[in-house]
Write a protein that binds this ligand. Structure first.
Ligand code: ZN
Ligand code: ZN
Length: 285
């Protein structure tokens, strides 16, 4: 019987999460987590509400490295960052040499009318403003731009873990903007997965949409079926922003992946990336 989980996407008070890295570790131990990655939002070159401040990076690294050593006989801890891909400014390789792993994510697409980076991961109100003001309401163009950013990251600066692939769908509740089944949308996904399959990058199945928005995993089931056909390695991450969320919906998502035909998850354990069998009770580590 397995009784262990892994999670490599987590936030603490160093960015927009709550509680300290130590509290994360203690909660992870209580939740039967055998391997855990710290992945605060890495610093960006403009002010924003949720990334780590650049002057806290050293403290973050030394604190998490110290925990890694202190808890070495109880849990596998890994020091990482969720890094924004901002072409021309920063990407996973900006910080990779100091980390055990990187989560690479696209949260911004170009600039808005005020010259500020346009956030696609914030409120739908702000998203719609950018969509209308900068792109004339052309959602296909914006979806193309989003997946183009992800493809550019995969091709030029691939992270170890690709973060929340289709998260832009948070603005498409009840298919108000587009239908994911339309051929043009499927083509964007296919083109992205084709590139991903040529790398060592692991696709995360991010559960935050399930427990925060009662929506779906990122990516959702229809994309996952195509991921499975292409034999792209996946892992399940919660993108926790509080210690209580570390294993949120991991079990339900494991069941979903089993039903979709996945046999193993790719995880970092004992310092090695490996494919491990799993079921809804956990991983067979
Ligand atoms: Zn993110
Ligand atoms: Zn995150």
């Amino acid at each position: 019987m397995p009784d262990s989980w892994t999670n490599y996407h987590s936030h603490s008070h160093y960015c927009d999460g709550v509680e300290s890295p130590r509290e994360q570790v203690e909660a992870a131990l209580r939740q039967s987590v055998r391997a855990f990655g710290f992945s605060s939002h890495g610093p960006v070159h403009f002010p924003n509400a949720w990334s780590m401040q650049a002057d806290r990076l050293e403290e973050y690294l030394s604190e998490t490295r110290a925990l890694q050593a202190e808890f070495a006989d109880q849990i596998d801890l890994y020091v990482g960052l969720e890094v924004d891909f901002l072409p021309g400014f920063s990407g996973p390789s900006t910080y990779a040499s100091r980390l055990d792993f990187t989560v690479g994510s696209v949260h911004y697409l170009g600039l808005n009318e005020q010259g500020e980076p346009w956030e696609i991961d914030g409120s739908t109100e702000k998203f719609m403003k950018g969509l209308v003001e900068v792109h004339g309401g052309d959602i296909r163009k914006v979806i193309h731009l989003y997946y183009e950013h992800i493809r550019q990251m995969i091709e030029t600066d691939a992270p170890d873990i690709l973060g929340h692939l289709d998260k832009i769908k948070i603005h498409n509740l009840r298919n108000s903007l587009y239908d994911e089944n339309e051929p043009w949308y499927q083509a964007e996904i296919d083109e992205t997965l084709t590139l991903l399959a040529q790398t060592d990058c692991v696709l995360e199945v991010n559960t935050r949409g399930l427990y925060k928005k009662n929506l779906a995993t990122y990516p959702g089931l229809s994309v996952l079926q195509r991921v499975q056909e292409r034999k792209i390695p996946v892992m399940i991450n919660s993108d926790s922003h509080a210690p209580s969320e570390i294993t949120a919906k991991l079990s339900r998502t494991a069941l979903l992946l089993k039903q979709a035909g996945f046999k193993t998850l790719r995880v970092l354990v004992a310092g090695t990336w490996q494919d491990v069998p799993f079921d809804e009770e956990g991983l067979y580590l």
